[in-house]
Design a protein around this ligand. Structure first.
Ligand code: AMP
Ligand code: ZN
Length: 473
């Protein structure tokens, strides 16, 4: 297994701390709003990574946090509190907002066939762990108190910028520049571990601490939650590229200062989903959510398919034209898989040719083991369909590949209906009704004319015992 490591900027052999086992951590969502499809690109790619590791034989334990406190609108500890902003927007309590958007996140994940990590822990569950880590950092001299907050002192580290030579603009990707500087900080990059005083006197969630009533900074949660469930050594840590700085840089600073040794060996970062105007975000235009895609009649798995066609280390440009292309390709591929499945079912009981299976399966594993090459892995489905092998072998391979791809290629379901413009769908249904009426009146010429007109528009009608079914050519 080879994987790109942001820490070394190289594709490396993947070696775990304990042979055969992987300790994996994912930065979870900030639950103040729906996840947009950009966020979900990161979670789709991380899901493929986890499933690949399992597919090639690792025993994976994956942990994810839920950020329900401490994340300010600038990743650099300033700006408004995201959770509080969400609560005010919807006239609800912070905990109501957190519950609602946590559920919404997992419902979106389910629609995208993203597996829930083995452990999911909200930050508000772990306040004693945060306090303990901050106490140790203070004792060891890595933290200081100023203006009644506790800060991490980045000047105490020989190498704070572990991810290396980003230029200033890249470093500031998560940090808005229209927010006032925190004058308590001794060094520009110092970050808050615990707030007892901020611009927000009305911070909704507060806890007692040795430094007064307050709440944790954002970064501390991932260090503590990962150590709580994975111990002192982690194999691989994931997030979107905007997490590299300051979030992951700060996670490493505090974790390794606390532990006194190296913490995580591999860092996996997914590049952004952009639209033509730039990065997709929650503060711009229409919020592109899974529900929005569904309203536009797309099967959410079409979006997963769209993401798998590109490499996670390249920015991906989203447009509805591109999604339409993915939709057409996905529907065609799925149709073909279902046809082969029907063929295989006619031969139920036929055994799978192990040699054939292993040959294609090895190619699939190679593609994914080569830094998660999902487009090549998807191409292998086409290769299997084209190959001169039995339908039974084809379906065995495709169902096996789908454990990672998770595109439901051999699952028949309602939502696999092609995405068409709602107006066009209305027109199709009206024409079907008119054709039915014409047939009833024995006006077969009219019925045929309607069928031909629909066919000219790419709509194929099929008369079945259950009624007329339509599909797009
Ligand atoms: P958040 O809920 O803001 O903490 O973000 C959740 C995850 O989505 C993080 O791993 C981010 O790095 C990632 N993310 C944010 N925006 C994008 C985007 N446009 N494309 C891909 N991933 C993103
Ligand atoms: Zn994190």
């Amino acid at each position: 297994m080879k994987i790109y490591n942001t820490l070394t900027k190289r594709v490396e052999d993947f070696k775990t701390n304990t042979p055969g086992k992987v300790a994996m951590y994912t930065c979870g969502p900030t639950v103040y709003h729906f996840a947009h499809i950009g966020n979900l690109r990161s979670y789709i790619c991380e899901d493929v990574l986890e499933k690949t590791l399992r597919y090639v034989g690792y025993d994976v334990k994956r942990v994810m946090n839920i950020t329900d406190v401490g994340h300010l609108s600038s990743d650099g500890d300033t700006g408004e509190d995201k959770m509080l902003k969400g609560a005010q927007r919807e006239h609800k309590t912070v905990m109501e907002i957190a519950k609602f958007y946590t559920d919404a996140f997992f419902s979106d994940c389910k629609k995208l066939n993203i597996k829930t990590p083995d452990v999911v822990e909200p930050a508000t569950n772990c306040i004693p762990e945060f306090i303990h880590m901050i106490e140790v950092l203070l004792e060891k001299g890595y933290a200081y108190k100023a203006g009644e907050n506790i800060y991490f002192d980045t000047s105490k580290l020989k190498d704070y910028f572990v991810f290396g030579n980003q230029n200033e603009d890249e470093l500031m990707v998560g940090v808005r520049d229209d927010v006032t500087e925190d004058t308590n900080k001794k060094n520009k990059n110092d970050f808050v571990l615990w707030f007892t005083k901020s611009k927000f006197e009305d911070q909704a969630l507060k806890w007692d601490s040795p430094w007064g009533v307050g709440y944790p900074g954002w970064h501390i949660e991932c260090s503590c939650i990962s150590m709580k469930h994975l111990g002192e050594y982690m194999d691989i840590h994931c997030g979107g590229v905007d997490n590299i700085f300051p979030h992951h840089t700060n996670e490493i600073a505090q974790s390794e200062s606390y532990l006194g040794h190296k913490w995580c060996n591999y860092w996996f970062h997914v590049h952004h989903l952009n639209d033509r105007e730039g990065k997709i975000s929650k503060s711009k235009g229409t919020l592109l959510t899974v529900s929005y895609l569904e309203e536009q009649k797309y099967d959410p798995l079409v979006y997963r398919f769209f993401c798998l066609q590109s490499h996670y280390r390249k920015p991906l440009e989203f447009s509805f034209d591109a999604l339409d292309n993915a939709n057409a390709a996905y529907q065609k591929l799925k149709k073909r898989c279902l046809e082969v499945k029907a063929e295989a079912e006619k031969n139920a009981g036929a055994s799978v040719n192990k040699e054939v299976f292993d040959e294609f399966d090895a190619k699939f594993k190679d593609a994914l083991s080569n830094d998660i090459n999902t487009s090549m892995a998807t191409t292998l489905v086409y290769d299997v369909l084209k190959a001169d092998i039995s339908a039974t072998d084809k379906i065995a391979l495709i169902e096996s590949f789908d454990k990672v791809l998770s595109l439901d290629l051999t699952v028949e379901k309602e939502s696999a209906a092609p995405a068409v413009d709602p107006e066009f769908e209305k027109f199709i249904l009206e024409q079907i009704e008119l054709r039915k009426a014409a047939k009833k009146e024995k006006n077969f010429a009219e019925a045929d004319r309607i069928r031909a007109e629909l066919l000219a528009k790419g709509v194929v009608l099929e008369d079945t015992r259950e009624g007329v079914k339509w599909s797009i050519k």
